[in-house]
Design a protein around this ligand. Structure first.
Ligand code: NAD
Length: 466
C-alpha cells in the first residue's frame, strides 16, 4: 500500500469511528458477537489459512482461533460494565458538585500484529479496541497477511454497515512505520523488542501513545516440593508447543537441585517421541530458524550440554526437533535473549530464592511460572513478570478476564480483560454542579474578607496532625 492508500484508509476509519462510538454498548456487543459467529462459521477456511501461512498443525490453529474467540466474546460482554462512568467523591472543596470519571474512545487505533499467533493476537487486541468504541486500522505481519484479511473480511460480512470500522493495511515494516506516522490516536504493537523500539520512536514525533507487547524470555521455576511429573509435562507444553514461537513460552527452567535428576528424567521421557512436523509445526520464517540455530550453536560452544536433541535436531525446511540444553552460561544469548524456537535451557539451582533471582535477571519480563505444592499467589510478588502462573504454564493467556502484557524489555501497557478495554480509552474527568446546593465562597475571585482565615483553619484542621 502506498502512503496515499494509508491516508485514505485512515480517513475512512476515522469517519466510521464517529458512527461506531455513538452506538450503544449493546449494539457494539451484538456486532462483535456477529463477528465471532462469522469466524466460527468460516472456521475451516480461517484455520486453513493460518496453517498455510504459519505451518502449524490443525490442533494448534483450532486452539488459537478458539482462544481468540473467547477473548472477543468476553470483551464484548463486559465492555459496558468496565467502561461505565464511575462516581468519585467530590471532596470538601467541591462538595456542591457531582464528580465522575468517564471513559471515552480514542478514535482510530493502529494495530500492528506478529506472525506467530496471527489470529489470536489481533483478536485479543481488536476486541478491546472495538468494544471500547474505537475504529481500527490493522496491519498484520507481512508473513500472515491472508490470515489478517480473513479476520477483517469476516468483520465486514458480519457488520456491512460498519465495515470501515475495521480496515486492513497490507505491507511490511514500511507500512507499519507509515501507520505509526499517519496520525492514528494510539498504536497497539505486538512483535519483537527491537521493532517495538522503532515503533515507539516513530510515534514519539507526534506524541502518539503506544502499547508495546514485545518479546519474552520466560522462566519456569521448579521447587523442591513440586509435582515433578506435572512440572515436566507443563515444561514440554510451554517450551515446545507452537514450535516454541510463543511470546510467553518457557525458554528457561530453574530446577531445585533436590529434584533436578527426577525432573530432567521426566522431561526427557516426555519429549522422547516428540517430533517437529507431528507434534508441532515448522519454524515460520527462515530468519527465525537462523536465530534459533545461532543460539544453540553458541550455547554448545560455551559449555552447554544437550540433554535432548543436538545439531541433528535441525531438519529440512524449518522443522526443528526439541532441544534441551544444560550448563549454558547465564550470559549467553540462549539464556539472555528470546530464542523463540523449540529450545529450552535447564539449570539446577540451590532453592526457590535462587530460581526467582535468576528468573528476574534478564531484560525481558513477560510471563513466569512456578511449580511448587506449597506456593501460593504471593510468590508472584517476587517476580518482575507481568503475568505469573503457579502450577501451570501460560494459563493466564487463556483467561479472558486477565490482562496480558509485560514489563522491562517486554514492553508496557496491557491488552485483554478489563485493562485491555481501559487501554483503548482516555479517562475524562467530569464535574456537574448539583442544583440544590449553593456555591462555596472558597472558589470565588472576589471573595469575602474571611476567606484566608477559613483556608488557614482548614489546612490546620485537615492536615496539621499528620
Ligand atoms: P516483528 O517485530 O518482526 O514484526 C512485528 C510487526 O511489526 C510486523 O507486522 C512487522 O511488519 C511490523 N514492523 C516491522 N518493522 C516495523 C517498523 N519499523 N515500524 C512499524 N512496524 C514494523 O515481530 P514478529 O517476528 O512478527 O513477531 C515475533 C515477535 O513478537 C516475538 O518477539 C514475540 O515474542 C513477539 N510477540 C509478543 C507478544 C506479546 O503479547 N507480548 C505476542 C506475540 C508475539
Amino acid at each position: 500500500m502506498t502512503a496515499s492508500d494509508i491516508d485514505r484508509t485512515l480517513a475512512r476509519a476515522r469517519e466510521a469511528a464517529a458512527d461506531w462510538s455513538s452506538l450503544a454498548f449493546g449494539e457494539r456487543e451484538r456486532g462483535l458477537r456477529r463477528w465471532a459467529a462469522e469466524l466460527a462459521g468460516s472456521r475451516a477456511d480461517v484455520v486453513a489459512v493460518i496453517r498455510k501461512e504459519t505451518g502449524k498443525p490443525a490442533a494448534d490453529a483450532e486452539l488459537e482461533l478458539l482462544v481468540g474467540l473467547e477473548h472477543l466474546a468476553w470483551t464484548a460482554r463486559h465492555a459496558r460494565r468496565v467502561l461505565r462512568p464511575r462516581r468519585v467523591s467530590p471532596g470538601l472543596l467541591a462538595a456542591e458538585h457531582r464528580a465522575l470519571v468517564a471513559r471515552r474512545p480514542l478514535g482510530v487505533v493502529g494495530v500492528i500484529g506478529p506472525w506467530n499467533y496471527p489470529a489470536l493476537t489481533p483478536l485479543g487486541i481488536l476486541a478491546g479496541v472495538l468494544a471500547a468504541g474505537n475504529a481500527a486500522v490493522f496491519k498484520p505481519s507481512e508473513y500472515t497477511t491472508e490470515t489478517g484479511r480473513a479476520l477483517v473480511d469476516a468483520f465486514h460480512r458480519a457488520n456491512p454497515a460498519s465495515a470501515d470500522t475495521l480496515r486492513l493495511l497490507a505491507g511490511g515494516a514500511r507500512a507499519g512505520e507509515a501507520l505509526c506516522r499517519a496520525g492514528v490516536d494510539k498504536v497497539a504493537f505486538t512483535g519483537s523488542t527491537l521493532t517495538g523500539r522503532a515503533v515507539m520512536a516513530a510515534c514519539a514525533d507526534s506524541l502518539t501513545p503506544v502499547v508495546l507487547e514485545c518479546g519474552g524470555n520466560d522462566a519456569l521455576i521448579v521447587a523442591a516440593d513440586a509435582d515433578v511429573r506435572a512440572a515436566a509435562r507443563a515444561a514440554a507444553w510451554g517450551a515446545f508447543s507452537n514450535a516454541g514461537q510463543t511470546c510467553a513460552g518457557v525458554e528457561r527452567i530453574y530446577v531445585d537441585r533436590a529434584v533436578g535428576a527426577e525432573f530432567v528424567g521426566a522431561l526427557t521421557a516426555e519429549l522422547a517421541r516428540v517430533r517437529a512436523g507431528d507434534h508441532y509445526g515448522r519454524l515460520t520464517t527462515a530468519e527465525q530458524e537462523n536465530v534459533v540455530r545461532v543460539h544453540v550453536e553458541d550455547a554448545a560452544a560455551h559449555g552447554g550440554r544437550f540433554l535432548v536433541g543436538g545439531p541433528e535436531s535441525f531438519r529440512a525446511s524449518g522443522l526443528v526437533d526439541p532441544v534441551v540444553l544444560a550448563d549454558v552460561p547465564e550470559d549467553r544469548p540462549a539464556v539472555r535473549e528470546e530464542t523463540f524456537g523449540p529450545v529450552v535451557v535447564v539449570r539446577l539451582v540451590r532453592d526457590l530464592d535462587e530460581g526467582v533471582a535468576r528468573a528476574n535477571a534478564v531484560p525481558q519480563a513477560l510471563g513466569a511460572a512456578v511449580y511448587s505444592r506449597s506456593a501460593d499467589a504471593s510468590v508472584a510478588g517476587r517476580l518482575r513478570a507481568g503475568m505469573v502462573s503457579v502450577n501451570g504454564v501460560l494459563t493466564f493467556g487463556g483467561i479472558p478476564g486477565l490482562p496480558f502484557g509485560g514489563n522491562g524489555a517486554s514492553g508496557f501497557g496491557r491488552v485483554h480483560g478489563r485493562e485491555g478495554l481501559l487501554e483503548f480509552t482516555s479517562a475524562q474527568a467530569v464535574t456537574v454542579r448539583r442544583a440544590h446546593l449553593t456555591g462555596s465562597g472558597l472558589t470565588r475571585l472576589r471573595s469575602a474578607w474571611w476567606k484566608p482565615l477559613a483556608l488557614r483553619a482548614l489546612i490546620r484542621l485537615r492536615h496539621g496532625r499528620g
